[in-house]
Write a protein that binds this ligand. Structure first.
Ligand SMILES: *[C@@H]1O[C@H](CO)[C@@H](O)[C@H](O)[C@H]1NC(C)=O
Ligand SMILES: *[C@@H]1O[C@H](CO)[C@@H](O)[C@H](O)[C@H]1NC(C)=O
Ligand SMILES: *[C@@H]1O[C@H](CO)[C@@H](O)[C@H](O)[C@H]1NC(C)=O
Ligand SMILES: *[C@@H]1O[C@H](CO)[C@@H](O)[C@H](O)[C@H]1NC(C)=O
Length: 272
């Protein structure tokens, strides 16, 4: 009898702990990603995301979804967008396993990106492999998303594409933390001060278009900036990110979405 009671008490405790750790954090992206997956054969796969919750319907019936193929022949080359104006700063960060990806969170913000007089605060970054966006049909090995939000709740994301080669120094600086969460002992870990200026962003040429979050709820009207220059990352680093997510999948890239009649711009400096 006593052991049955003990077992019951333990179960209750475990349930409470599970509930506590799965409480949603204020964010526009879904934090507990276990409800959807990237397996096209599954009922929770990308083509069904919009049916899983009424609030996720845009994933199926939206008209400006991301990611897209950045097709050269569709691009309008412009110079009026100006250089990317980033004023990032070091800030305390935590690293978190969201079930399908690894997210680095700056709770107090880590500076901002300014577009058209609006300052968008950098809140978090996370990784997708292989890349979600493609350039003229070409897919790369990794894509970093730097997610920013304005005081009025507008989101803007910078995407950086990587192909296998030498290690990425920003990811190298996080190796011990990624290994620690890979061991399954922790789902979230305090990293300390992380400086986003260590992320290599070649801002001289970038694509700009209006799209959506690439995970549920697939919120639209999000401006995307995809840096044109491709960076390098080692095979081990891409694998470490996949292992740390412990979702037994080898991909977390949403399939390409229709461009429809969206404007696709490429900023390039004008030389006179
Ligand atoms: C998408 O589907 C939902 C639920 O069926 C519906 O409420 C919504 O109006 C639809 N949106 C568009 C843009 O068609
Ligand atoms: C990071 O957190 C520590 C401990 O809470 C604090 O002393 C330090 O000032 C913070 N650093 C930054 C850059 O926010
Ligand atoms: C910036 O302003 C221009 C001109 O008003 C507008 O076309 C563009 O959509 C704006 N960009 C963003 C990301 O809000
Ligand atoms: C869409 O985003 C632009 C800026 O990027 C903003 O000015 C506009 O109010 C947004 N529209 C909606 C419907 O949220």
């Amino acid at each position: 009898m006593a052991t049955k009671m003990e077992k019951f008490a333990t179960m209750v405790l475990i349930c409470c702990l599970l509930l506590f750790f799965s409480l949603p954090v204020m964010s526009r992206e879904v934090e507990d990603e276990s409800e959807f997956n990237y397996d096209e054969e599954s009922e929770n796969g990308p083509s069904h995301w919009g049916e899983l919750h009424p609030e996720w319907s845009l994933c199926n019936n939206g008209s400006m979804q991301s990611p897209i193929d950045l097709l050269n022949e569709r691009v309008e080359i412009v110079s009026h967008l100006g250089r990317l104006q980033m004023k990032y700063q070091p800030s305390n960060a935590t690293i978190k396993n969201r079930g399908h990806d690894i997210k680095l969170d700056w709770a107090a913000g880590a500076g901002f990106l300014q577009i058209n007089e609006t300052k968008y605060v950098l809140n978090q970054c996370h990784w997708h492999s292989p890349s979600e966006h493609t350039i003229d049909g070409q897919r790369f090995d990794l894509e970093l998303h730097m997610v920013h939000e304005s005081p009025s709740g507008q989101t803007t994301v910078i995407g950086i594409l990587y192909k296998i080669g030498g290690p990425d120094s920003f990811l190298s600086s996080l190796t011990s933390h990624l290994k620690a969460i890979s061991d399954k002992t922790e789902a979230e870990r305090v990293v300390g001060v992380v400086d986003p200026r260590q992320i290599k962003i070649f801002y001289k040429q970038y694509y700009r278009y209006m799209g959506s979050l690439t995970i549920p709820p697939c919120t639209e009207n999000i401006s995307w900036t995809i840096v044109r220059e491709i960076q390098s990352v080692s095979k081990e680093q891409v694998e470490l990110l996949r292992v740390a997510a412990h979702d037994e999948s080898d991909t977390n890239a949403r399939p390409l979405q229709l461009i429809n009649n969206r404007l696709l711009q490429l900023y390039r400096r004008q030389y006179y």
